[in-house]
Design a protein around this ligand. Sequence first.
Ligand SMILES: N[C@@H](CCC(=O)N[C@@H](CS)C(=O)NCC(=O)O)C(=O)O
Length: 283
Amino acid sequence: MNAEPASANPGNLRLLSIPISHYCEKVRWALDRLALPYIEERHLQVFHYARSFQLSRGPNVPVLIDGKTCITDSTAILKYLERYTNDETQLYPLKHRTEIEELEELFDETLGIESRRWVYFHAMQSPGMALRISSQGVPNWQAGIAPLFYPLLKAFIRRKLDISTGTVELGMEHARNIITQIDSLLSDGRAYLLGDHFTAADLTFASMMAPFLMPPEYGVRLPRLDEIGVAMRRTVDEMRSTRAGQHALHMYQTERRPALSRISEINAQDTPQSSLDHVTSVN
Ligand SMILES: N[C@@H](CCC(=O)N[C@@H](CS)C(=O)NCC(=O)O)C(=O)O
């Protein structure tokens, strides 16, 4: 793989993130893979709203700023970043583009939703661990006051993500169905999900599986196996033992280039919302 950024020159790249979010990890991975330097502006869940609304007029991260352009949604960002790829690094090769897009949608909209629901359900039962892992690189004031608001934050997230024993159980059925589908796709011994190269399908699959797998190469430190409870550990072991889980872990080991980002406690004046052009999808 060519480590040099290809083609056009990016502006000053800035990634607005919730550090543990696997949608943010997806974008971080794409940026790191292209060896593009960027500043990652990290916020704790809920505390991120002030900046996301200011920059993108919406509640969600990841948000990428490239000079005067503001892009929201991880898939739109990966497609936007195609302008900085070359033949070797492109994530949507024409030959498999439609199938890649279909898998990416399935992983983002079903697998990722369910792996997130599952991990929050379990992790929020251990406030100390949840806050320690979530606070990596966020402003000190957010990490400092979050413990005081923990019960409120937890209740808000449970409601927002519709987290209950029932929804987690049902969600795990959906997740396992996708994993079975990917197991069978990989059963012919292929190295990548589609075609002969790493694509957005592999990147998105591995990112959305990360909460189930806890790969050490993830862009922030995830809990070690000795930090998680028995129920969580059982699912991690199960997922790691599947062919699909092995594929995702292998993608992390072989394709996850270390970050070039700097973490920034940036202040709002640096990127006034009014000066940005907004992009929400890229074809
Ligand atoms: N489809 C979006 C999903 C992004 C998303 O759900 N981000 C979460 C963090 S994991 C978020 O910002 N949530 C804030 C909220 O829903 O209020 C993408 O791929 O970027």
